[in-house]
Design a protein around this ligand. Structure first.
Ligand SMILES: CC(C)(Nc1nc(-c2c[nH]c3ncc(Cl)cc23)ncc1F)C(=O)NCC(F)(F)F
Length: 304
């Protein structure tokens, strides 16, 4: 029984830069370099910022979720790293801190990738990414996980022919016998990616993930545009209103069947698919297992 390849020693993790801030944590680019000659692999290391007991518990759940997922279109778990906290003089703070080690994808998140490569990404390619996210989400659902934060900013680019779902910081597992999950505090919520039932009752389900997938389709066909982002478009529809009421106005608008507009140049069949994901009633939305073959058909028929 050789050494455990999923156990990373803090002393060999060389900090390079901050990749971004997730929910309650930050993710750093590091090189795991046990030989000390800079030939080690690059990894993404997620550390908790304010390690309250509750955040620590949620973090441990996030780690166990990621450890259990093995799929081509889901960011890969590499292991964990235990670090001895700074030994405060006197205080017995020797408790070990846990860090999540994931694969590092150098091409970054899909939203930035779309903006930078807009000119050379045709509709066929956008539908390939959409299909891969669908397959990844179908796998997630088969493990009874809900992602709750599906958005182009949370999808990573492996290469121009492969994307992976990332950031499981808000993911939940569906309790046995229940088909949806109610969260207590919405927290800093990406409300413009949220289904109506999530806005009004904090209800999350595979069907609310499908709603968010519709918004990802919209982001794909607007090439991650900032000026036509879901946030900008919905704020334009809502008009000026003070922040606490935005959720209420957004819900009212969705209730009246107002939706994001068709992206410029988007094939009508793709827009129809997007809109089906935005059915007000969760039961009327397609499932990821039926969306994937529909996207395949569109991919094969679309010329550009
Ligand atoms: C919070 C964090 C760090 N943000 C970013 N990660 C990466 C980024 C770039 N390459 C990466 N390889 C692995 C990981 Cl976990 C992140 C990155 N690039 C830019 C980011 F803002 C992240 O986790 N975003 C969700 C993800 F994009 F990963 F789905």
């Amino acid at each position: 029984m050789g050494p455990d390849p999923t156990l990373f020693e803090e002393r060999h993790l060389k900090y390079i830069s901050v990749l971004g801030k997730g929910n309650f944590g930050s993710v750093e680019l590091c090189r795991y370099d046990p030989l000390g000659d800079s030939t080690g692999e690059l990894v993404a290391v997620k550390r908790l910022q304010h390690s309250s007991a509750e955040h620590q518990h949620d973090f441990e759940k996030e780690i166990s979720i990621l450890r259990s997922l093995h799929h081509d279109f889901v960011v890969a778990y590499r292991g964990v790293c235990y670090s001895q906290g700074e030994e405060d003089a006197g205080a017995s703070s020797g408790q070990r801190r846990l860090h999540l080690v994931m694969e590092y994808l150098p091409s970054g998140c899909l939203r930035n990738y779309l903006q930078k490569n807009k000119e050379r990404l045709d509709h066929k390619k956008l539908l390939l990414y959409a299909w891969q996210v669908c397959k990844g989400m179908d796998y997630l659902g088969s493990q009874r996980y809900i992602h709750r934060d599906l958005a182009a900013r949370n999808i990573l680019v492996e290469n121009e022919n492969r994307v992976k779902i990332g950031d499981f910081g808000l993911a939940k597992i569906l309790p046995q016998g229940k088909e949806y999950y109610v969260v207590q505090e919405p927290g800093q919520s990406p409300i413009f990616w949220y289904a109506p039932e999530s806005l009004s009752d904090c209800i999350f389900s595979p069907e609310s993930d499908v709603w968010s997938f519709g918004v990802v389709l919209y982001e794909l066909f607007t090439y991650g545009s900032r000026s036509h982002s879901p946030t900008e478009e919905f704020l334009r529809l809502i008009g000026p209103s003070n922040p606490p009421l935005v959720v209420y106005h957004l819900f009212k608008l969705l209730k009246k069947n107002k939706r994001l507009p068709m992206p410029a140049g988007c094939p009508i069949e793709v827009f129809v698919l997007m809109q089906s994901c935005w059915s007000f009633l969760p039961c009327q939305r397609p499932r990821f297992c039926t969306l994937a073959p529909q996207i395949e058909v569109l991919r094969d028929s679309c010329c550009k």
